[in-house]
Each structure stands twice: as structure tokens, then as C-alpha cells.
Design a binder for this molecule. Structure first.
Ligand code: HAM
Length: 420
């Protein structure tokens, strides 16, 4: 019989990694809700045009990476490659009150070359805010991502910030950029010797040494910004200073989507490999709502890869002293009723506990208790039943190997003492 594997570039997430995954989501949910964001749940696939128009027909994600399909009704659909376009589509459809602050957690599908930290299905946590161009909102959004990444323990982080200008000043910048790249065309990397004219901003994103050399003296966004954009980014940077978020300005931070205007930002982890070291990024997209058929409405947001954050946490050694997930394991050598009733009682008191089934031997049950990661085994045999007691055996932690028999009436109190 053929046995199946998860498709290339996708992965199953089993415990204990899945518990870390869930912890990231609950931490993020708490941070986002505390800042006034509400959860948005939207479909994982959309009309193909939502992404074509939203992300940009020429962007790499749209031209090379989208999972597109026709459904049985002949509709052209695509699996979501990122979160923003769908959120904005939902905004245009429902027109909630402004400003609208939404957070989400979603799988994202991109047909990329799979490697460590780059998958064809990855998962993002993110926020989007529609309805305000206030630079203090940029500060709030960037600080939210900063605080979440810190809350989950990451320390080896750098934040880069840029302003890409707007419809007033971007054309002038593009003109000087195109003229500069034209002069140095022969020195660009192989890929960009061809494509640079169609989308010159992509060259700014290129990490290959040839392009990097050319970029050293390339014109910078900062020198072309109009007064409004200049004031906007100045206020953003002032705000980041005020709330204590450290950053560096990166004139070439353009990111991969065509919707960005003004502020862009990205957090990288120096604990991760270069090309896959971004743990979250985002920016403003003041023209996106109109591109999707809505009224002109400024927006800003970010996405943070769950897998990337997990890799960064691991690289920073945050799982080395991880607490076991389970507190107790009940071992019943007298028919199973005690395990049935005790696990129910202990769980309802808020303790985490598991048990063995199928009347296993003492040795087998102890092995399972050990494997479960539980800190304490509760053992109930004939002797304990006759005395109205249970045996507590500490399996790991400070009191490892300690064993005592306690009366049922004080059992919970004693367990809590041993666990604390
Ligand atoms: P993005 O930078 O493409 O932005 O993705 C956000 C984050 O998702 C990245 O920083 C990275 O952590 C993770 N990520 C991206 N691609 C992969 C992959 N193939 N495998 C694993 N992780 C990945 C966006 O998607 C924008 N929608 C962010 C945004 C929100 N901009 C404004 N609002």
C-alpha cells in the first residue's frame, strides 16, 4: 500500500511543538485584545482578483507563488498567500465603524522553494487597522509587534523602518531610481539585468552581492519624500523613541507587495539564517481599499510568521528549560475506577492530569507516567485503598524521587505544595 506524506513544503505540527504554537497565539491574542483589536475570521480562499489587485499583478507572490484553482461553479479562486488583502476585502464588504482594528491568525499558502523556515503553508498572526493615517497609529502597530516578540522571549531582534513615500513623491523617486539603475544595469545581478525596468523597487530588495554593490550609491527614499511624508515618518520615529522601541532606518526596505505606501517595517532575528530571518513585518497601504473597490481609507498592519518565531525561540534556547505540560499522572493498580474518578476530580480543580487505560502493569504505567512529562505520579493500589490514602511519587523537579503516602482528604493540598 502506498503510504502518504504531507505535501512538499508543508508540515504536521505535533506536541510538544503544537503547544508552543498555541501559546504564541494566546499571547498574541492577549496583546492585541488589550490594545483594542477584535478577532477577524475570514475565508481561506478568495476571488483570485482580490489578490491580483490587492497585492499587485507584477509582484512575485502573484506571478509565481499563488495556489489558484477553478471551483465546480467555474469561479477563479486562490488560497490566501497573505492576510492583508482578505482583511481589506472584508472591510470593504462590511464597512465597520472607523477606525477598525482587527487581528487574525491564518495559514498562508505560497508556492515557494521549501527550506528551513520557508514553507508552502505557513501561519501568520497579524493585525490590520483601517481608517487612520495618524503616524501615532504606526507607532502603536509597530510597538504591538515589538511587545509580542519580546513577550514570547525573543531578544536577538533588530527592527528596520523606512518610508516609501506616497502617490505624490513616489513617481519622482522612481524616476531617479530608474535613471540610476539604467546607468549601472550591467553590474546588476543576472535576474535583475532583465527585470529591473518593469519593477525597479524589487532591485532594492535584492540580497545578491552584485545588486548590493550597485545599491551602495543608489538614490534613497529619504531624499525624495514630500513634506507630508517627511513629517509623517519623523513623527513615527519620534514615537518609537518615546515608547522605547529601538530601530534603524533602512532606505531600501520595500518588502514584497505592491500595496505599501509610506511606513514599512520589519523585525529580523539575528539567531536565524539570513534569508529566512524575518519574524514579522508590515507597513501602510493607503491605496489598497480603493484598489479593492472601497472608499479611500488609509490602512496599516503587520504579519508575523508563527514557524519563524518558533525557530527563533529555539535558536535563542528558550525551550531548553521548558516546563512539562502535565502536572499529574494517576496510576491505578486496582481496576481503573480510582483513576477514572481521581482524574475527573483533579482536572475539575484546575490541575492537569492524565492516566493509563487498559489495566496495564505497574511497570508499564510508570513508564507512561514518565513519558508523559508529569511531575508527580499518584499511585493507588490495594494498600492505599485500605488506608484511604494515595502514594505521591515526585518524578521530576526539585523533589525528584521523593515519595509519601497521604490521606485522600489532604491529597490536593499536598500536591499543590509539591508542585509550587
Ligand atoms: P510577509 O513579510 O510576506 O508580509 O509575511 C509576514 C511574515 O510571515 C514574515 O515576516 C515571516 O515571518 C512569515 N513568512 C512569510 N513567508 C513565509 C514562508 N514561506 N514560510 C514561513 N514563514 C513565512 C505579509 O504577508 C503582509 N501581509 C504583512 C502585512 C500586514 N503588511 C501589512 N499588513
Amino acid at each position: 500500500m502506498t503510504s502518504f506524506q504531507a505535501p512538499t513544503g508543508t508540515r504536521d505540527v505535533l506536541a510538544p511543538e503544537s503547544a508552543r504554537f498555541a501559546r504564541l497565539i494566546s499571547t498574541f491574542a492577549r496583546e492585541a485584545q488589550r490594545a483594542g483589536y477584535g478577532l477577524l475570521i475570514s475565508p481561506m480562499f478568495e476571488d483570485l482578483a482580490v489578490f491580483n489587485r490587492g497585492i499587485g499583478e507584477d509582484s512575485e507572490v502573484v506571478t509565481k507563488e499563488m495556489y489558484t484553482f477553478e471551483d465546480k461553479g467555474g469561479r477563479n479562486l486562490a488560497l490566501r498567500p497573505e492576510g492583508t488583502a482578505s482583511v481589506v476585502r472584508a472591510f470593504v464588504q462590511h464597512r465597520p465603524l472607523l477606525p477598525w482594528k482587527a487581528w487574525y491568525v491564518t495559514p498562508a499558502f505560497r508556492y515557494e522553494r521549501p527550506q528551513a523556515g520557508r514553507y508552502r503553508q505557513h501561519h501568520q498572526l497579524g493585525v490590520e487597522v483601517l481608517g487612520s493615517d495618524d503616524p501615532d497609529l504606526d507607532v502603536e502597530v509597530i510597538a504591538l509587534l515589538h511587545d509580542y516578540l519580546h513577550r514570547v522571549g525573543l531578544r536577538q531582534l533588530t527592527l528596520r523602518v523606512n518610508s516609501m513615500g506616497d502617490e505624490n513623491c513616489r513617481p519622482a523617486y522612481l524616476e531617479v531610481l530608474v535613471s540610476y539603475l539604467g546607468e549601472h544595469q550591467a553590474r546588476l545581478c543576472d535576474e535583475h539585468q532583465e527585470g529591473w525596468e518593469k519593477n525597479p523597487l524589487r532591485v532594492l530588495d535584492c540580497k545578491r552581492p552584485a545588486c548590493q554593490l550597485v545599491l551602495r550609491d543608489a538614490p534613497r527614499f529619504a531624499d525624495s519624500l514630500c513634506e507630508e511624508c517627511e513629517l509623517h515618518i519623523a513623527r513615527v520615529l519620534e514615537g518609537l523613541d518615546a515608547v522605547g522601541v529601538r530601530y534603524s532606518r533602512d532606505d531600501f526596505l520595500v518588502r514584497g507587495f505592491d500595496y505599501y505606501t509610506r511606513t514599512t517595517f520589519e523585525f529580523s532575528s539575528s539567531a536565524l539564517e539570513g534569508a529566512q530571518n524575518a519574524v514579522g513585518g508590515g507597513g501602510r497601504y493607503n491605496g489598497l481599499t480603493e484598489a479593492l473597490g472601497g472608499p479611500a481609507t488609509p490602512g496599516i498592519g503587520f504579519g508575523s510568521g508563527i514557524e519563524r518565531v518558533l525557530l527563533a525561540q529555539e535558536a535563542e534556547g528558550l525551550f531548553d528549560n521548558e516546563e512539562p505540560a502535565l502536572e499529574l499522572f494517576v496510576i491505578d493498580l486496582a481496576g481503573g475506577e480510582h483513576a477514572r474518578d481521581l482524574t475527573y476530580q483533579l482536572r475539575s480543580l484546575g490541575l492537569s492530569c492524565d492516566r493509563a487505560f487498559d489495566h496495564r502493569s505497574m511497570k508499564a504505567q510508570l513508564r507512561m507516567a514518565d513519558r508523559s512529562g508529569a511531575r508527580i505520579a499518584l499511585i493507588v493500589g490495594q494498600d492505599e485503598i485500605e488506608k484511604g490514602e494515595v502514594t505521591l511519587r515526585v518524578l521530576r523537579g526539585e523533589h525528584e524521587h521523593h515519595q509519601e503516602q497521604v490521606a485522600r482528604g489532604v491529597m490536593v493540598e499536598r500536591i499543590r505544595e509539591l508542585l509550587s
